[in-house]
Design a protein around this ligand. Structure first.
Ligand SMILES: C[S@@+](CC[C@H](N)C(=O)[O-])C[C@H]1O[C@@H](n2cnc3c(N)ncnc32)[C@H](O)[C@@H]1O
Length: 214
């Protein structure tokens, strides 16, 4: 399977109309946690089996990963979890507009593709437009969690979020980074990096009460 796809290529720029929450989830009014770039979905499998009164949605641009995660999800019989193929930068905003007021409680962006070369920075997933979509639909006190093992990439994400007036960084009483995953579940990449004893930069942001203005 290809390691990366170019999200700016014409194919991935075509907007997809994603199935609405009432088609995806048995209890469609439950609070929602979206994991952006869910890959093999390990993180959400863990959470969905632990928290039956939440709905979990994994969004992933590599379709074969979505197919294999969906196969596994069906085998496990998890009805509060779904994986969808899409480019979040193109198709997420419309899906969010169908949610109930205050339903979007958590978004995680974990170890996103780094796109190291400066000319490829624009392929990075967290941009102002995506952050605005999250800010617009997220409930007050909702959580935006980011993490990466690449400091420069984490810094670029915190810069985007710090420049927004809709999120406040969670105060860690003097610490700059969270020392573990706040959801007590781990992504594939996170396991790999922890196994190598390398640093991970984790930050939590909280949606404040500012009304979203376009
Ligand atoms: C480095 S992997 C990390 C996967 C997983 N979050 C983890 O921590 O193990 C980043 C994932 O984000 C996906 N991705 C990148 N850009 C995306 C986009 N615009 N929309 C949806 N998924 C995207 C990639 O295909 C890849 O599976």
């Amino acid at each position: 399977m290809r390691q990366h796809v170019n999200p700016l290529s014409r194919f991935f720029q075509l907007p997809l109309s994603l199935p609405c929450k009432s088609i995806l989830f048995r209890h469609s009014h439950y609070p929602i946690h979206i994991d952006i770039g869910s890959a093999k979905g390990e993180f959400l499998f863990e959470l969905a089996s632990k928290y039956s009164e939440w709905n979990f949605l994994g969004l992933e641009i590599r379709e074969p990963l979505v197919s294999s995660s969906e196969r596994k999800r069906k085998e496990l019989g998890l009805e509060n979890l779904k994986f969808l193929f899409c480019n979040v930068n193109v198709s997420l905003d419309e899906w969010l507009s169908d949610l109930d007021y205050n339903q979007l409680k958590r978004v995680s962006i974990q170890f996103p593709d780094p796109w190291f070369k400066r000319k490829h920075f624009k392929r990075r997933v967290l941009k102002k437009s995506l952050l605005n979509s999250i800010a617009r639909y997220m409930s007050k006190d909702g959580e935006l969690f980011i993490q990466s093992d690449i400091f420069k990439l984490t810094e670029s994400m915190t810069n985007v979020i710090d420049n927004s007036t809709y999120f406040d960084r969670k105060d860690l009483e003097g610490l700059k980074w969270l020392d573990k995953n706040p959801y007590d579940a781990y992504t594939d990449r996170e396991f790999f990096v922890m196994g190598k004893n390398l640093p991970i930069y984790r930050a939590m942001y909280i949606r404040n009460s500012k009304i979203f203005i376009n």
